[in-house]
Write a protein that binds this ligand. Structure first.
Ligand SMILES: Nc1nc2c(ncn2[C@@H]2O[C@H](COP(=O)(O)OP(=O)(O)OP(=O)(O)O)[C@@H](O)[C@H]2O)c(=O)[nH]1
Ligand SMILES: [Mg+2]
Length: 261
């Protein structure tokens, strides 16, 4: 059982960033620096590392010592995908007593400077999703037309049409969660491993009656390290959207894991 976090000030309680890593040793120290430079009160980072061959896990331990324990590390035995890493991170964050949970990538495609706005929006929502495909958002200009159109079509048209969910970047993984939302989702039921995990968990939140809100973000390309994304994973994600719809369309607010009887 992890040592519980003690909030020292403010009414929001502790804010914790859950960050899965696989071979991110070039990014992690810079990311830690950028996150703590935000100067947010009651704020910490949980790195969820899948035994990265490049030693990211060990580096995270060194950073933890350097940042006086404001960085924690969850070590997992082997690469098991983004979904399981996030679920383990979320469970750990809840066990620690975090009140607000941010999820984000380590490669700076999710820029730390958006965090205060995501948290502010969480005052009026149960889940806030950073969105590349709404007005004010965007992606790196180096994205070719084909990639851009494909992502825009998948997120703005295909997924909302199938799921009936008013979210325009359901695969986006830069999000802020209220503790109560994650507690209400029954994390055990989430099944996806790859990045369709993001769609699955957003849809469960939506079907459970939580208030979802999108904020525009600009999504630069990673500058350091190697992408773990492939076109096979992207295609699999597109097909899995149908499964997700069939599995969860019957759930409702009354069946939230923490619903009052
Ligand atoms: N723990 C863990 N982290 C992972 C795994 N796969 C990816 N990640 C991390 O998840 C984040 C997103 O992965 P990326 O490779 O950047 O994938 P992406 O952002 O969808 O794709 P790109 O736009 O091409 O970068 C990064 O912080 C990765 O290190 C995994 O299997 N386990
Ligand atoms: Mg990336």
């Amino acid at each position: 059982m992890p040592q519980p976090l003690i909030a020292t000030s403010g009414s929001h309680g502790h804010t914790l960033v859950v960050m899965p890593t696989y071979n991110e040793r070039e990014n992690l120290p810079l990311m830690a620096k950028a996150l703590f430079a935000l100067g947010l009160p009651d704020f910490s980072l949980l790195v969820v590392d899948d035994n990265s061959p490049d030693g990211t896990g060990r580096l995270a331990e060194e950073l933890s010592a350097q940042y006086d324990g404001a960085i924690r590390v969850l070590h997992r035995p082997s690469k098991a995908g983004l979904g399981p890493a996030y679920l383990a991170g979320f469970r750990h964050a809840l066990a620690l007593g975090a009140q607000r949970i941010i999820q984000m990538d380590a490669d700076f495609s999710h820029q730390p400077h958006y965090i205060p706005a995501l948290l502010a929006a969480l005052d009026e929502a149960d889940l806030v999703i950073g969105s590349r495909w709404i007005r004010g958002g965007g992606v790196d200009p180096t994205w070719g037309l084909h990639r851009k159109l494909l992502s825009m079509w998948a997120n703005r048209i295909y997924t909302p049409l199938i799921l009936g969910m008013p979210i325009h970047d359901a695969t986006g993984g830069f999000r802020a969660w209220r503790r109560a939302t994650l507690e209400g989702l029954d994390l055990e039921q989430v099944q996806s491993n790859g990045y369709v995990f993001q769609v699955e968990i957003a849809y469960i939140a939506y079907r459970s009656g939580y208030r979802l809100r999108e904020l525009p973000i600009f999504f630069p390309e990673r500058q350091r390290g190697v992408s773990k994304m492939s076109s096979r994973v992207a295609l699999e994600a597109a097909l899995r959207v149908w499964q997700i719809r069939n599995r969860y369309r019957g759930i409702s607010a009354a069946r939230r894991a923490n619903a009052e009887d």
